[in-house]
Design a protein. Structure first.
Length: 148
């Protein structure tokens, strides 16, 4: 039988019990430690769109390994990663505008006002394109709080 005394004793002991720790999502969308599905972020700005790269030309930045199609692309990124890295850590920009995280695919992308934005799929990209400035503003309000 639960008495007032046993309830108070249990409540007093509660802070001594371990609490479940919830891991914060990485700042960069990555699979197996590699950022943005192995896509070279610099290639989006060169007009090549998504170019998948191997570890031959890699760099570490913001807790992830980034792959590049060439040493020149790697060096450009290393010189100014904020310029080339996708906004919202490479997570879906449309999802960020709605307050949640979603993975991305290299084919659903937009360069807008000099920044790269990735989306979860081509349908999310269509929705993103309907109001890019508004979606960016909403995403900025939500970021980085949605990382957990």
């Amino acid at each position: 039988m639960l008495t007032r005394r046993s309830l108070l004793t249990a409540l007093a002991a509660a802070p001594l019990l371990p609490r479940a720790a919830f891991a914060r999502e990485p700042q960069v969308f990555q699979t197996g430690g590699v950022a943005i599905n192995r896509a070279d972020p610099v290639a989006y700005f060169d007009g090549a769109g998504p170019v998948l790269a191997e570890a031959t030309h890699a760099a570490q930045w913001n807790g992830a390994t980034w792959h590049f199609a060439s040493a020149a692309a790697r060096d450009a990124f290393a010189g100014d990663p904020e310029r080339y890295a996708p906004r919202f850590g490479g997570y879906c920009a449309f999802a960020a505008s709605r307050g949640y995280l979603a993975p991305t695919v290299p084919e659903a992308w937009t360069v807008y006002e000099g920044r790269l934005y990735l989306n979860a799929n081509l349908r999310a990209r269509e929705l993103w394109l309907q109001d890019i400035p508004g979606n960016i503003a909403k995403g900025e309000v939500n970021w980085p709080g949605i990382l957990g």
